[in-house]
Design a protein around this ligand. Structure first.
Ligand code: HEM
Ligand code: HEM
Length: 234
């Protein structure tokens, strides 16, 4: 239960930190640092993942999951590290004399890595969706999605569409390419709509990785049973 509570707290923190414009910058920095602490605890609780990297067999599914874990770690480290370097409030006294503090490149890297983190975190949630759903389905009304596949299908379509819309409105592609965006249309959305669309963007990447993982698992098990049958016939 405590793992799930931390996972949900990190999700809320990420949404607040990423929805940068609706918060005062000092809050953005403070919550970003709380997210850093939460991520360290989350990684500590999952330290077995690191030690298991050297063991076991490597199928396509495991390669995809591990690559995603590494990409999420790199993007989160870059977003948090560059955020600390450009801090204008909470850590200003510590970083103000560093030459990188005013570097345009570091500012743009902060934004690009935050957008990369949005994509990889969405996929990370999709990768762990089966376990997370066991908890989330207890929320009133949400459990109904288990027994209404048509409703679930249209909800997923809606989330995917809203996620694409947010990615366009916030120029996620341009930000990833480190193009300077003066003001994206997403900044003019009402606050609640902005956060809902941001959540849908995470949902879009979660859905994509969830189904990729299922497809890879099916392919892997077909290959395994073909190998077993082949072995039995020899
Ligand atoms: C800074 C952000 C995060 C980083 C760097 C991170 C990284 C990791 C890593 C390396 C693992 C172990 C490898 C694996 O099983 O994939 C893991 C496990 C896991 N992560 Fe994350 N994660 C982050 C945020 C989140 C969030 C926001 C959620 C959920 C909403 C989440 C849910 C999970 C779950 C369910 C597990 C399996 C074990 C557990 O329940 O703790 N993670 N994470
Ligand atoms: C994973 C955590 C973080 C994410 C996802 C994140 C994301 C963002 C985003 C999306 C922007 C706004 C880009 C724009 O539209 O102009 C931004 C700006 C900024 N962030 Fe973060 N941030 C994080 C952590 C931090 C931390 C820990 C600090 C400082 C301690 C920080 C300091 C700043 C500053 C100073 C700006 C303004 C940059 C500028 O005006 O060019 N961020 N961040």
């Amino acid at each position: 239960m405590k793992r799930f509570t931390l996972d949900m707290a990190m999700l809320v923190l990420f949404l607040l930190v990423m929805g940068f414009r609706s918060l005062a910058q000092v809050w953005h920095e403070a919550l970003g640092l709380v997210l850093l602490v939460a991520a360290v605890v989350h990684l500590f609780w999952n330290h077995r993942w690191f030690s298991s990297l050297m063991r076991g067999r490597w199928g396509r599914l495991r390669v995809a999951q591990t690559l995603l874990g590494v990409l999420l770690l790199v993007s989160a480290t870059l977003a948090l590290g560059t955020g600390i370097l450009i801090s204008n409030h909470v850590l200003k006294d510590v970083v103000i004399d560093l030459p990188l503090h005013r570097s345009i490149f570091v500012h743009q890297l902060h934004i690009a890595s935050a957008c990369a983190m949005l994509i990889f975190l969405g996929m990370h949630i999709g990768g762990h969706w089966a376990g997370l759903w066991q908890r989330i389905r207890k929320v009133p009304l949400l459990g109904a999605l288990d027994v209404h596949p048509t409703m679930r299908f249209w909800l997923l379509v809606l989330i995917g569409w809203a996620g694409c819309a947010y990615s366009r409105l916030d120029h996620i592609g341009d930000r990833l390419a480190m193009v300077h965006i003066f003001s994206a249309p997403a900044a003019r959305l009402p606050v609640v709509a902005g956060y809902v669309l941001l959540l849908c963007a995470l949902g879009l990447y979660a859905i994509a990785f969830y189904y990729l993982q299922k497809w890879l698992a099916r392919k892997g098990s077909r290959k395994l049973s073909a190998n077993v049958q082949g072995g039995a016939m020899k």
